[in-house]
Design a protein around this ligand. Structure first.
Ligand SMILES: [Mn+2]
Length: 424
C-alpha cells in the first residue's frame, strides 16, 4: 500500500497552527536554527529488512499480521515509513533472507519509493537448507578449512548481490566464539578469522567499505572472536583502509562507555557505521531511546564533534542503521519511534555550543561543561524535527497519521493475518 500525498498535506494542515506555536518557542534564541533544520532534513537512517516483522524471542514468535511476505513487500514497508517521515531513505538487506531474484526490478521498485540500498549483511550464524557445511562451531574461525571456505564464498556472494543493487558496503557480524574454556585456541581462531576476512576484503569493489561488527557475548557465552571494539579495530587495521569498525549499541557489556569508544574510533578514522537500538541488559533489541536516552545523547554528542573535527559529512560518511527486532509492538510503529528518537537526539547534539564546551573543558569547569550538555539534552527538539519533516513533504506526526490511516489494518487485509516475515 502507499499513502497519498494529499493525505499527508491534510494531516499537516490540521496540525499546522499548534506546530508553529511550538516551533516559535524552540527557535527563539536559537541563532543557528536554519542550519540545524537543513541537517535534520538531510539525515537518513537505514531500516533493516529484518525489523519489518515481529522478531522472535528465544522461545516463541507471535506474528502481528500483515507482515511482508517478500523482498518487494519489505521495500514497500520501508517506502511507507519514508513517505511518513522522509528520514528512512534506505534499506539494509540480509542474505539469504532477501536474495533479489530480479535485481533490476528490485532496484526500480526501491527507486520508486526514493530508497537506496544500505550495507549488505551476510549470515554465517545459521545453517541454511541444503548447505553443505555447518556453522555449529563457527564460520571464519572454524578449525575446518571447508567450513571457512564456505563462509568466505557466502560473503563474496553477498557483495555480488549488493553490487547488483547499488549498495556500497558489507557488514560482517560473526557469531563465532566458544561456550567453554579450552574449546578454542584464541590465537588460531583470530588468525583463521583474519585470513577469511582478508579474502573477503580482497573481493570488495574499489568504492566499497567493509564493516566489522563486534559483540560481547551471545550466542557464545565464554568467548567471542570479534568480541569488542579493540578486536574489531585490530581486524579493521590489519585489513586496510576500506575496513572499519561498526558499533552496535546493544553489543557491549553493561555500562560500557560507548561514547568514548565512538570518540576514539572516529579520531582514528576507523568508525564506519552504527547500529541503533536500546537495551537494559544485553542485546535486547529495544526501541532506540526507550531505556537510556541520555546515553544516546552523549553518543551523538561525540559523533557530531568527532565528525566535525574530521570535516566529515554527517549524512554520507557513516552508515546509520537501526538494528532492532520486536515481538510485542507493531514493527512499523516501533521503527517510526526509533527514527524519531534518533532525529530528536541528533538535533540535541547539534545544539551543543562547541566553543563554550571547549572553554569549560580548558578551564576545568566541570559544572559548566555538565550544565551545557544537559541543557541541550533537556531541550525539547520535537518541533525542530517536525519542521524538518514538514519541509521535506513528510508528516508532522508520522505515528499519528499511521494510526489514523489504519495502515496496519490495510496491510493485514492485503497480506493476511498470519504472515511471517523472514528474520530472527
Ligand atoms: Mn547489529
Amino acid at each position: 500500500m502507499q499513502i497519498e500525498k494529499y493525505k499527508i498535506e491534510e494531516h499537516n494542515q490540521s496540525l499546522l497552527k499548534e506546530h508553529q506555536r511550538k516551533l516559535n518557542f524552540v527557535t527563539a534564541g536559537l541563532p543557528n536554527a536554519e542550519t540545524i533544520l537543513r541537517k535534520l532534513a538531510d539525515f537518513q537512517v537505514a531500516i533493516p529488512s529484518w525489523a519489518l516483522g515481529t522478531g522472535g524471542t528465544r522461545f516463541a514468535r507471535f506474528s502481528g499480521g500483515g507482515e511482508p511476505r517478500s523482498l518487494e513487500e519489505k521495500i514497500e514497508d520501508v517506502g511507507l515509513l519514508h513517505a511518513l517521515n522522509r528520514s528512512s531513505g534506505a534499506i539494509s538487506l540480509h542474505i539469504p533472507w532477501d536474495i533479489p531474484r530480479n535485481p533490476t526490478a528490485i532496484k526500480a521498485l526501491a527507486a520508486q519509493f526514493g530508497l537506496r540500498f544500505d550495507a549488505m549483511n551476510s549470515n554465517t550464524f545459521q545453517d541454511q537448507p541444503g548447505q553443505k557445511q555447518s556453522y555449529k562451531f563457527g564460520s571464519l574461525q572454524n578449525v575446518r578449512k571447508d567450513v571457512r571456505r564456505q563462509a568466505i564464498e557466502h560473503n563474496i556472494e553477498v557483495i555480488r548481490y549488493g553490487q547488483e543493487l547499488g549498495s556500497d558496503s558489507l557488514t560482517v557480524w560473526l557469531a563465532d566464539g566458544s561456550c567453554f574454556p579450552g574449546q578454542l585456541n584464541f590465537r588460531q581462531a583470530f588468525q583463521n578469522t583474519l585470513e577469511g576476512l582478508q579474502e573477503i576484503y580482497a573481493a570488495l569493489p574499489a568504492d566499497w567499505k567493509m564493516f566489522v561488527e563486534y559483540k560481547a557475548f551471545e550466542p557464545n557465552f565464554y568467548s567471542t572472536t570479534v568480541g569488542d571494539w579493540g578486536q574489531s579495530l585490530l581486524y579493521a587495521s590489519k585489513l586496510g583502509p576500506k575496513a572499519y569498525t561498526l558499533v552496535d549499541l546493544g553489543h557491549h557489556l553493561p555500562n560500557a562507555n560507548i561514547e568514548q569508544i565512538v570518540a576514539l574510533l572516529l579520531m582514528e578514522g576507523k568508525l564506519g557505521g552504527f547500529h541503533f537500538n536500546d537495551s537494559k541488559y544485553g542485546d535486547d533489541d529495544l526501541t532506540v531511546g526507550s531505556i537510556k536516552p541520555y546515553q544516546l545523547f552523549l553518543i551523538f554528542n561525540e559523533l557530531v564533534d568527532g565528525m566535525d573535527a574530521r570535516g566529515m559529512d554527517h549524512t554520507r560518511d557513516l552508515g546509520w542503521m537501526i538494528d532492532a527486532s520486536h515481538n510485542v509492538k507493531d514493527p512499523l510503529e516501533d521503527l517510526l519511534q526509533s527514527v524519531e528518537a534518533i532525529m530528536l537526539t541528533y538535533a540535541q547534539a547539534l545544539l551543543v555550543d562547541r566553543k563554550q564546551l571547549t572553554a569549560a573543558q580548558q578551564a576545568n569547569d566541570i559544572v559548566a561543561a555538565q550544565e551545557l550538555l544537559q541543557s541541550c539534552f533537556r531541550t525539547d527538539t520535537r518541533a525542530l524535527v517536525a519542521e524538518a519533516r514538514l519541509r521535506t513533504g513528510a508528516a508532522l506526526d508520522p505515528l499519528k497519521l499511521y494510526r489514523s490511516e489504519k495502515i496496519r489494518e490495510h496491510l493485514i487485509k492485503e497480506r493476511g493475518a498470519g504472515t511471517v516475515a523472514t528474520g530472527l
